[in-house]
Design a protein around this ligand. Structure first.
Ligand SMILES: [Zn+2]
Length: 107
């Protein structure tokens, strides 16, 4: 098993003390990002305020959005109920349309 190089000094003598990674060269300690990806069903989707969104949440649009390929504009403040989270660029399924979580906030 190999450990990632220290993000601070790039040292390769790092080890894992069961809670976090430790670099003996510069005493830097950090937790691996990979830990959160163990459960593949758990999508991490954050709204414009950095709050985690969950399946079934209600969200509000924070800005006017012009829909691609049409003249229709989604108005700021539009509410979408019972969202689903998906993997991808447009990571929130609002029923009729797919939106990016950065344009939404939890209602
Ligand atoms: Zn280091």
């Amino acid at each position: 098993m190999t450990f990632p190089a220290c993000p601070k000094c790039n040292g390769e003598n790092t080890y894992h003390d069961t809670i976090q990674f430790v670099c003996p060269d510069c005493a830097y300690e950090w937790t691996g990002e990979e830990v959160a990806e163990d459960d593949e069903d758990q999508l991490i989707v954050k709204d414009s305020n950095g709050n985690l969104l969950s399946e079934g949440d209600d969200v509000l649009l924070i800005k006017d959005l012009k829909l691609k390929g049409s003249s229709e504009v989604l108005k700021k403040g539009t509410k979408f109920k019972n969202i689903r989270l998906v993997n991808g660029d447009h990571n929130v399924d609002c029923g009729k349309i797919m939106l990016k979580s950065e344009f939404l906030k939890k209602a």
